[in-house]
Design a protein around this ligand. Sequence first.
Ligand SMILES: *Cc1c(COP(=O)(O)O)cnc(C)c1O
Length: 236
Amino acid sequence: MVLRIIKAMKSRITGNLASLRQRIQQAEQRYQRLPGSVQLLAVSKTRPTADILTAAACGQRHFGENYVQEAVTKITSLAEQNLIWHLIGPIQSNKTRLIATHFHWVHSVDRPKIARRLSEQRPSHLPPLNICLQINISREASKSGLSLSGLHGAARQIAGLPNLRLRGLMAIPQRHTCFEQQRIPFHRLRQALRSLNDEGMELDTLSMGMSADVEAAIAEGATMVRIGTDIFGPRD
Ligand SMILES: *Cc1c(COP(=O)(O)O)cnc(C)c1O
């Protein structure tokens, strides 16, 4: 009985991943994006390691987590899988050492102070930590992130830190069901990335798009989409 349930969950994740990859490919084609230019980040917060192993067995390499302690337990127990771990949740300054030690990417940096701590605490035997700055693109009080007006100053400070590599921008826009409405904040994020690159930065990452708005994000240039529900099912 239990075995049968485990098998059914495995094949559900496998099937979801296959159809999601197809959705991403079709969106790449439809919006004249290069094939393979959109990377899939599987958001595995609250999911057991067995689900992550199932996705990894289907070739999924990049995983996103929100809660540092939960993530570190998974990262440690799955060390032999050589997966690439992304932190996408809010950051408390007392967690920066754990983050700098265990993650490959951090998408949710929203102030220079956090970036300085991550740079100082990045172990010297590891390559630079990849960083995206989180932008509060829909200016919602409930969401963290830099404002667009504060972005240039913060980016300049963070780009100079020795043990980080500033890669791009991340946002979680306000929910809309209308495709054209979904595109607007993604478009603003893309313009913000372009304006930083016009200043001489070499940023290559737009982390945007979740289960409900992945096509709109790809239409506007997403290079990394963060998907949980459409891979692993609804969270409790
Ligand atoms: C949970 C989460 C996701 C995934 O959301 P789904 O709707 O489950 O695809 C993506 N990005 C962030 C920052 C999240 O916290």
